[in-house]
Design a protein around this ligand. Structure first.
Ligand code: IMP
Ligand code: MG
Length: 179
């Protein structure tokens, strides 16, 4: 084990198996719909790509970026949309693809923001969910894994922009961020 990590939380194989199940669920729900799948940058890129490759449905895809974290491990409480969509949401069933729902702040704000542009629907699909940390109510429609209140990295998830390209998801040692 590399010294920065406490242990593996979810392995590459477990991620792949769960993504295949999520893709099947989404295929069932979106096969006959005009869908727009939105990758929330940057943490979701690996999840987004692997999920979409497993799907038979071919939605329009686009990217959004928002930041509320800076380099800390707790939310700063304000959300900046740093990159907006390039395509219109009108007439579309939107699915937001996120790496992790923690306090719920980011996704509740993003969902609100998109709903104001009148899409047909907005749903949330997240790889990871930390239910114990929720402070803002947000409905998670598709979830890969509920995880405990630990800071995790890898498979897209970062701490201060590091560790994103690990294949597995690790619990970061508290000594790294002084938690
Ligand atoms: P929320 O607004 O508190 O729900 O935070 C969501 C964002 O915080 C995610 O998109 C991540 O970028 C970041 N985040 C929350 N928990 C973790 C974690 O354990 N590891 C890495 N990033 C995290
Ligand atoms: Mg994120």
């Amino acid at each position: 084990m590399k010294p920065d990590y406490e242990r593996i939380l979810i392995s590459e194989n477990e991620i792949a198996a769960r993504i295949a199940e999520l893709a099947a669920e989404l295929d069932r729900d979106y096969a006959d719909k005009d869908a727009l799948f939105v990758c929330i940058l940057k943490g979701s890129v690996f999840f987004f790509s692997d999920l979409l490759k497993e799907m038979k449905t071919m939605p329009v895809i686009d990217f959004m970026a928002a930041s509320s974290y800076g380099n800390a491990t707790v939310s700063s409480g304000t959300l900046n949309i740093t990159k907006d969509l390039c395509v219109s949401v009108q007439g579309k069933h939107v699915v937001l693809i996120e790496d992790i729902v923690d306090s719920g702040f980011t996704l509740s704000r993003l969902k609100e923001h998109l709903l104001s542009r009148h899409p047909l629907s907005v749903r949330i699909c997240t790889l990871l969910n930390k239910p114990d940390r929720r402070t803002v109510d947000v409905e998670v429609d598709y979830c890969g894994f509920d995880i405990p209140d630990e800071f995790v990295v890898g498979y897209g998830l970062d701490y201060a922009e590091k560790y994103r390209n690990e294949k597995d998801i690790y619990i970061l040692s508290r000594s790294v961020y002084g938690g």
